[in-house]
Design a protein around this ligand. Structure first.
Ligand code: PLP
Length: 226
């Protein structure tokens, strides 16, 4: 299967929902990304700022770059001038740094709060309770160069679709609860980023608005060993 036909198939599955496709291009060379671009794809996700920084200047300027991986505060400045959406905001400290770099770049940077929904210990993100207390944190109101537009989460890496579905449901219900709440003026609940190659069909059924898909488009990733 080609990159183009894989994208076409997935877009077919997204029809009828309002979900958008993020092609996850981490570890993929420029030529493969260009191939996806030529097939009409414009939103790409990377999980490492260094890798995004090296690819972004080589590719067309109308690409929307999304940061989907853990972001260290000292790397925010490299992506602040062009990043379209940061999915992986997992601390107030990071949010404050994004605000600071947004100010320097004279932009308001769209962000999602990453919520820890998986059973695994290692995944980054806020708990539901932390998110609920965050929305009433007065220091959030001082941040004028970020805009929180929704939530992101990753399900447990498992074949158990019942578990995956219930984790996505918990994220969706937090999303709906926040939507009904009084939110700070720099926060809205519009986007719900959930679903990867192995679980995006479940995520779509549970109300995802952004699916992040790499393997089902490019095939397995090759990581260099050096
Ligand atoms: C790598 C990655 C994806 C895509 O994973 P695939 O299984 O290749 O579709 C999605 N989200 C995040 C945060 C990732 O790091």
């Amino acid at each position: 299967m080609s990159i183009k036909s894989n994208i076409k198939d997935i877009l077919g599955e997204l029809e009828g929902s309002s979900a958008k496709l993020i092609v996850v291009s981490k570890t993929q060379p420029i030529e493969k990304i260009q191939e996806a671009y030529n097939a009409g794809q414009r939103i790409f996700g990377e999980n490492k700022p260094q890798e995004m920084m090296s690819k972004q200047p080589e590719l067309p300027k109308d690409i929307e770059w999304h940061m989907i991986g853990h972001l260290q505060t000292n790397k925010v400045k490299y992506i602040a001038p062009y990043i379209s959406l940061i999915h992986s905001v997992d601390s107030i400290k990071l949010l404050k740094e994004i605000d600071k770099q947004g100010k320097r770049a004279d932009r308001i940077i769209p962000c999602l709060l990453q919520v820890h929904i998986a059973a695994e210990e290692t995944k980054f993100g806020f708990s539901s309770d932390e998110i609920k207390s965050l929305i009433s944190d007065p220091s959030l109101l001082e941040l004028e160069n970020v805009r929180i537009i929704g939530l992101m989460g990753m399900a447990t890496f498992t074949n158990n679709s019942v578990q995956i579905r219930s984790e996505f449901q918990s994220l969706k219900s937090l999303f709906e609860e926040l939507k009904m709440s009084e939110l700070p003026r720099n926060m809205t609940m519009k986007e719900l980023s959930m679903g990867m190659s192995s679980d995006y069909q479940i995520a779509l059924e549970e109300g995802s608005t952004y699916v992040r898909i790499g393997t089902a488009i490019f095939g397995g990733r090759k990581y260099s060993t050096n």
